[in-house]
Design a binder for this molecule. Structure first.
Ligand SMILES: Cc1ncc(COP(=O)(O)O)c(C=O)c1O
Length: 422
């Protein structure tokens, strides 16, 4: 018996469907733990977003947030779909370039950009740098003048809007470190209107991630749109409004807005500004397109009843549960008619927070069983690390015909130690 193969996210279908992907064959050939992504699911979700925005009849551009999953192969898939990129560091910028994005297809966001990053980014002549402070605007200006350039910038404003999501992924409250207070923005921009190294072309906002209602996104958008209208009236030649990412996915239950509703709501706010709307979706594109495939390596009784089910994947491969208390469905990959039992599904890492879910009802897990940790395509592999000297897991991309290719091979001990000396 497979507990469930249909994912709960019906509004942004398709999603990763266990029965359509040869997970047992992949596990046998590649070993576990490993990340498995579905190319058709990524492509379908990108197409869904593109169609939704195209239908609204207003200029728009999608910039996929590489931070969600910056595997080179995923970035290339995104580029081939005709979607642009949002990079969060110079590393992500160079990743984007290697995936084939042109510099003018990349916007650069990031709460703290080092002088080296800014120098590199200015020299690349990106589509825009989203500046996070007055100081950063001045540093960009100085670097640009040194290089004999005018750098396109958008100012990231903090609208003081509660994204109603987990505190650790809330970015638009005035207590958050991101952007400049929206009320400070006009003065700060006026003071730099004639800066020789700056071309102020837009405003940027991003209030958080895993947002499951349109309210916070629209509230932030409205504040920024009003500011844009006022700035244009003052003669700022703005060309775009970048409303960030944040659209959530269904991890557990409930619902999220459809792409059509999401696009329409943002376009309705952006339209009166006359500015091109930029959106930076990450999680919604790749989250439901990936699973972390793991094997049960131990089962032992739990003092409170039930049992501990120890997987060969842990917080080193998928940090979200330990970091945010995030929920991921855990499904047995192969059919079983065993009775359901209560389990604490945990990882092998030497930390008590290394737990994927408790309690979970699973068909009496046995050592050797394959488990799929669902909706792990976003903020999964990108956050993996080598704590406890655990090698980074491979990432595999499955095509529509069931064949797969390696996006990243499993790290070896030699790889891990290659940068070190005794
Ligand atoms: C500036 C910015 N843009 C886009 C995103 C992508 O957000 P999400 O993956 O929730 O769509 C993030 C993530 O937090 C971000 O910080």
């Amino acid at each position: 018996m497979i507990l469930a193969v249909a994912a709960p996210d019906t509004t942004h279908a398709p999603v990763f469907a266990l029965h359509e992907v040869p997970l047992p064959a992949i596990a046998a050939a590649e070993g576990t733990p490993c990340y498995v992504y579905s190319a058709p699911v990524v492509q379908a979700r990108l197409a869904g977003l593109q169609q939704a925005f195209a239908a609204c009849g207003h200029p728009w551009a999608l910039h996929y947030a590489l931070k969600a999953n910056s595997s080179l192969g995923i970035a290339r898939l995104v580029r081939e779909a005709g979607v642009d990129a949002d990079a969060n560091s110079i590393g992500e910028i160079h990743l984007a370039l290697r995936a084939g994005f042109r510099p003018d297809q990349v916007v650069f966001t990031g709460v703290g950009k080092s002088p080296a990053e800014l120098t590199d980014a200015v020299g690349l002549d990106l589509k825009a740098i989203n500046a996070e402070s007055a100081g950063e605007l001045d540093r960009i200006d100085a670097i640009a003048r040194t290089q004999g350039r005018r750098t396109r910038v958008a100012l990231r404003v903090n609208p003081d809007v509660d994204a109603q999501t987990h505190a650790h992924i809330t970015t638009g409250l005035k207590s958050s470190k991101f952007g400049v207070p929206i009320d400070d923005a006009p003065g700060l921009l006026r003071a730099r209107k004639d800066a020789a190294g700056l071309e102020i072309i837009g405003l940027h906002v991003h209030v958080g991630s895993q947002i499951t209602t349109l309210g916070p996104l629209c509230a932030a958008a409205r504040k920024v749109a009003d500011l844009a209208v006022a700035l244009r009236a003052e003669g700022f030649p703005l060309s775009h409004l970048d409303l960030g990412g944040g659209l959530g996915i269904v991890y557990e239950g409930g619902d999220v807005p459809t792409y059509e509703a999401f696009a329409q709501a943002l376009v309705d706010v952006a339209r009166p500004t006359g500015l091109t709307l930029i959106v930076e979706p990450g999680r919604t594109v790749v989250g439901p397109a990936g699973v972390l495939l793991a094997r049960v390596i131990d089962v032992k009784p739990h003092a409170g009843g039930g049992r501990f089910v120890v997987l060969d994947a842990g917080m080193t491969e998928l940090m979200r549960p330990a970091l945010y208390g995030a929920f991921h469905r855990i499904l047995p990959v192969e059919p079983s008619d065993r009775p359901l039992v209560s389990c604490d599904v945990v990882g092998p890492v030497c930390e008590s927070s290394d737990s994927f879910g408790r309690p979970r009802e699973l068909p009496d897990p046995q050592v050797g069983d394959l488990m799929a940790i669902m909706d792990a395509g976003a903020y999964g592999a990108v956050m993996s690390n080598t704590y406890n000297r655990r090698p980074l897991p491979p990432e595999l991309l499955v095509q529509a015909d069931g064949s797969w290719r390696t996006l990243r091979r499993r790290q070896t001990i030699d790889d891990m130690l290659a940068l070190e000396q005794a």
